[in-house]
Design a protein around this ligand. Structure first.
Ligand code: UT7
Length: 374
């Protein structure tokens, strides 16, 4: 039987840090509120676009796996904030890394996009459609943030990580997953202005407003992640005691604590990044997985549970059996480009631009490099 092992991993984090104190320079909020209600201390703001972050993460993941870009069959770009809709962003990564043989697709289930992308790649590998895939979780959400709304502006950040997934005969990689969507709650998280449905609606492109019912999302998220985690453990015949590491979506420390407690898992098995990166939507789980590997928290043969939820409200929980190797085969010298502006400068530019959103899409200030643009 064919399985789909995760053999490479790499992150590409924006260098610019936005602290709780930075947020309180333009919002009626403070470090005490944000820390006690969410666990967040800081998040990253990117000066480059999602495709550029994804390209670096993909190159690092390929080097880590010892795989040549020309041997990649599939690229799945999990994100709700791609640089462009047409062409898709996966094709931008493809051309930038030279994966000339690959098929490329974007996949959007909001915060769960990386895990749904992993399911997609896993299914295609296990059914023999492809043998080697790059799965990306990336978000450049800061240009779409409603920076005047303290209910959401304090929660999110930018970031990216990627994994390489390869066909193997060993029982490794994704052992099972539970997917779902509580669609009757889809109105609780909506970004107004992202999509053709807003044509002539009075909302300008780039002038996004968020509908966000935090308490309702909180409840649904806890229920959904607990149910999905219990279902996948049952399907795969494992108990909470068998789990070595939990790498959850990181929307709020209190949500994570409630999920692991109800699922019968101890907090010391949980990989936490919420303090330093906030909620990076689709990038959250792969960045946390990457950091767990870098910090030596993934042991050979480890059983890893990855529960997540996002707008939709999409829900899932994935169970992964890690392989023998927990260190990269190779690394590359490439780094994120330096930024002339601080995170707060970048946010203030986006805020300024919201009042002049006509010009925004033309001056390139947000730094998205449109791959192949003339
Ligand atoms: O990946 C999916 C994304 N979605 C989520 O992660 C959402 C999940 N929800 C949550 O994480 C929490 O509901 C929040 C962190 C969003 C909010 O926490 P909460 O404990 O549910 O707070 P709340 O909405 O009940 O607000 C409590 C108070 C309110 O003031 P009053 O009415 O008690 O006077 C808010 O106006 O806190 C106020 N508040 C703030 N104060 C300072 C709300 N946001 C802030 C803020 N700074 N940023």
């Amino acid at each position: 039987m064919t399985f789909a092992a995760i053999t490479g991993w790499g992150a590409a984090m924006p260098p610019n840090v936005l602290s709780n104190a930075d947020l309180s320079t333009f919002l009626d909020t403070n470090d005490e509120w944000i820390t006690s209600r969410t666990g967040m201390k800081e998040r990253r703001i990117s000066h480059v676009g999602a495709t550029e972050m994804a390209t670096l993460a993909a190159k690092r993941a390929l080097a880590c796996a010892g795989v040549d870009a020309k041997d990649v069959d599939l690229i799945v770009f999990g994100s709700c904030s791609p640089d462009e809709q047409v062409p898709n962003s996966a094709s931008g990564v493809q051309v930038a890394i030279g994966a000339t043989r690959a098929a490329s697709m974007d996949l959007n289930t909001a915060c769960t996009s990386f895990l749904y992308s992993l399911s997609t790649a896993n299914a295609m590998i296990r059914t023999g459609v492809v043998r080697t895939a790059i799965v990306i979780g990336v978000e450049h959400i800061s240009p779409y943030m409603d920076w005047g709304n303290r209910n959401v502006a304090v929660l999110f950040g930018d970031g990216c990580a990627a994994v390489v997934v390869q066909a193997t005969d060993k029982e490794e990689g994704l052992l099972g997953e539970q997917l779902g969507c509580v669609a009757d709650a889809r109105h609780t998280l909506r970004v107004r202005g992202m999509g053709s449905g807003y044509t002539n609606s009075g909302v300008m492109l780039g002038d996004t407003e968020w509908d966000f019912d935090g308490q309702e999302i909180f409840k649904r998220a806890v229920q959904g992640m607990v149910q999905a985690s219990q279902a996948v453990m049952q399907k795969c015949g494992v108990t909470p005691d068998d789990i070595d590491l939990v790498v959850p979506h990181q929307a709020n420390l209190r949500i994570i604590e409630a999920v692991v407690q109800r699922a019968g898992l101890p907090m010391d098995k949980v990989m936490l990044t919420v303090q330093r990166y906030g909620n990076m939507s689709a990038a959250t789980v792969p960045v946390a997985l990457n950091d767990a590997l870098v910090e030596g928290r993934v042991k050979p043969g480890a059983l890893i549970l990855m529960p997540a939820f996002g707008a939709g409200l999409t829900m899932c929980s994935h169970l992964v059996r890690w392989g023998d190797r927990v260190t990269p085969i190779a690394t590359i010298p490439d780094e994120m480009p330096a930024s002339k502006l601080s995170a707060l400068d970048l946010v203030n530019k986006i805020r300024d631009r919201k009042s002049q959103s006509h010009e925004a899409s033309h001056d390139g200030l947000q730094g998205a490099r449109l791959i192949g643009a003339k």
